[in-house]
Design a protein around this ligand. Structure first.
Ligand code: MD3
Ligand code: FE
Length: 214
């Protein structure tokens, strides 16, 4: 009997490193619901280009939903319950967002994940995210779950030290990645987005990252 994932096709579950798992196409069944909920979130707290503490305007545009949102400005990186652009709380995390994050975490071996923050990143062609660690969360024992939508990107996955040479993974529409255990504090980034056109999202990539920040 022919295996569904033999030949040219890639396997649906890829281990990138200890604690880091890529679930190819995992968000497919949620696609329509996710995009509708995303539109509602963006109507309340739209994308904006934040400034780093060093004074650089990020090429990636960001917003958040959930009880806490990740921010950067001249005074530093942090989580805050209030969107500085609207001076109101961030929009609530849609139920389908939380359900997908929980299901993906479970599939990656992180049962009981309860995200309170979802950082939403938008890349247009040319945008990139330089190598960094995610360490503004109170307890880094919790995993981070990321959902890729739209144009494909090259994810750069480094090691525990900034100078560890990153490996490259393609992240495509509806792929989900889970980061926990030893990989949770690894350096990572996204290479400059190549131009293209996605049937549902057009000339952009949107990434949702679910965190337990508080
Ligand atoms: C590995 N976002 O928002 S998602 C970020 O595609 C971020 O927008 C990228 O890095 C993006 O902080 C990458 C994958 C990801 C997210 C968090 C991680 C990988 C991670 C935390 C630890 C290790
Ligand atoms: Fe990150």
């Amino acid at each position: 009997m022919r295996d569904l994932f033999d030949g040219e096709a890639e396997p649906p579950v890829v281990t990138m490193a200890a604690g880091a798992v890529l679930l190819r196409g995992f968000a497919r069944p949620y696609e329509a619901e996710l995009l509708a909920a995303l539109r509602d979130v963006l109507a309340i707290s739209p994308f904006r280009h934040m400034t780093t503490p060093g004074g650089h305007v990020m090429s990636v545009a960001m917003t958040n939903c959930g009880a806490a949102g990740w921010l950067t400005d001249r005074s530093g990186y942090r989580y805050d319950g209030i969107d500085p652009k609207t001076a109101s709380p961030w929009p609530a995390m849609p139920d389908c967002f939380a359900a997908l994050a929980r299901a993906a975490a479970e599939a990656a071996g992180h049962g009981g994940f309860q995200p309170d923050a979802c950082l939403i990143n938008r890349y247009i062609p040319g945008a990139r995210l330089s190598l960094h660690q995610d360490r503004n969360e109170r307890d880094v024992a919790h995993p981070i779950i990321s959902v890729s939508l739209g144009l494909p990107a090259t994810f750069l996955f480094g090691g525990a030290r900034r100078y560890d040479r990153p490996r490259r993974f393609a992240l495509e529409h509806c792929d989900i990645a889970a980061w926990g255990g030893p990989s949770r504090l690894h350096f990572h980034g996204v290479a400059e987005l190549k131009d293209g056109e996605h049937d549902m999202l057009g000339r952009q990539r949107i990434n949702l990252t679910f965190r337990k920040a508080l």
